[in-house]
Design a protein around this ligand. Structure first.
Ligand SMILES: Nc1ncnc2c1ncn2[C@@H]1O[C@H](COP(=O)(O)OP(=O)(O)OP(=O)(O)O)[C@@H](O)[C@H]1O
Ligand SMILES: [Mg+2]
Length: 358
């Protein structure tokens, strides 16, 4: 990273588009339906081979066409990434003309995406928060992905034995679950602690507590997926009766989560929409900081529709984060809200009026 040039062909509302991006702050603005989310989504695809809006990649092909193509160029490393998706075929990804699996993209073109579905972090399902944590942890540690796959493979086997009532074979799988599950949990916990630490640093540096009272009371903790004072082996063995009855493994790292409480009440029951959005953006920015500061990885930070539902005070807080960032940032908003004073303070600021790109 950073992405210096991107081109889109028959991608959503764009027929053909080529853009040069700034290695610093990039800002896309335009009215509803002009193509802001589509552009940010194309950039996210370079890091994941996935859309953040739809599970059906064929829906991203411009209407009445059979294929979309994306091309990205990393001017620092000289890497070229090409993504092609035909209507009736799986996605095809090539790095410097060599085909690669899309799960390899995350390492090559890391990115932290913040958009509509990540704006309600506290309200989302545990599964969602876990995935976000795992995605970042996977960027920084090879061991993490290996443990992740091995754990979930073992879990699938164990659950299938529970379904078929083959209990005698379960003990061998418990061992596998414990081995990979503990390693997974340790790495998740480590990443969580670092994120929490950076979250607090960002909060203090932008003076957010003066704007939001809830930040004084919020408690954020990592839940490993089973009770703290038990080992994973104990939990698996002690719960075998319930697991058998429910035909699934009830506790373990597959249930892990990040918990937010305010005065002992789940934060999702307390926070307003604007508070949730601000909190979610900050948490993702903290994860991004961890990758940068602790692992020397430079992910692109993507924030779609940054301003909606936020008042001027909160928007100013977010601007402070963006002003301090040295990484590539790509964000969007319905209108051009930048005075030349703010624009001048942003690192290599580049602005695009999306209507004029089509
Ligand atoms: N496969 C497709 N082919 C053609 N047009 C599409 C396709 N998918 C989406 N669109 C259209 O692309 C346009 C841009 O959508 P996009 O979500 O990028 O807009 P946006 O600028 O983010 O708008 P908003 O401010 O409402 O979030 C919309 O008019 C949408 O209907
Ligand atoms: Mg949009």
């Amino acid at each position: 990273m950073p992405l210096s040039k991107i081109s889109l062909t028959n991608f959503r509302c764009f027929e053909s588009l080529e853009l040069s991006l700034s290695p610093g702050v990039n800002f896309f603005y335009g009215s509803n339906g002009s193509g802001k989310t589509s552009l940010l989504e194309a950039i996210y695809l370079f890091s994941s081979g996935k859309s953040f809006k739809s599970t059906n990649l064929a829906a991203l092909i411009k209407h009445n066409n059979k294929k979309f193509s994306l091309r990205g160029y990393d001017g620092t490393k000289g890497d070229v990434i090409e993504i092609n998706k035909m209507i009736d075929k799986p996605i095809n990804v090539a790095l410097n003309n060599k085909k690669i699996a899309s799960n390899k993209l995350l390492k090559k073109f890391p990115c932290t995406p913040i958009h509509n579905t990540t704006f309600s972090f506290a309200n989302a399902s545990p599964d969602f928060r876990r995935k976000l944590l795992d995605r970042s942890a996977a960027i920084c540690d090879e061991k993490f992905l290996a443990s992740w796959f091995a754990y979930y493979r073992a879990l699938k086997q164990r659950n299938s034995l529970l379904k078929n009532n083959r209990i005698s074979d379960i003990y061998a799988w418990n061992k596998q679950l414990v081995h990979y599950g503990n390693s997974l949990t340790e790495l998740r916990h480590l990443f969580f602690e670092k994120t929490l630490n950076n979250f607090r640093i960002i909060l203090n540096s932008i003076g957010a507590i003066n704007v939001f009272d809830f930040l004084k009371h919020i408690e954020i903790s990592f839940f490993q997926g089973w009770e703290k004072n038990h080992t994973l082996l104990n939990i698996l063995e002690d719960n075998i009766y319930n697991d058998k009855r429910r035909k699934t493994t009830l506790f373990g790292p597959h249930k892990s989560d990040i918990k937010f409480f305010i005065n002992d009440i789940d934060a999702k029951q307390i926070l307003s929409r604007g508070e949730q959005k601000f909190f979610s953006i900050l948490w993702s920015c903290a994860q991004n900081e961890v990758l940068k500061k602790e692992y020397n990885i430079d992910p692109v930070l993507i924030i779609d529709d940054i301003k909606s539902e936020l008042d001027e005070r909160v928007f100013d807080l977010l601007m402070k984060i963006i002003q301090h960032s040295k990484n590539q940032i790509i964000f969007s908003c319905i209108d051009d809200t930048f005075s030349s004073k703010i624009a001048d303070s942003l690192n290599q600021f580049k602005m695009f009026h999306v209507e004029q790109l089509r």
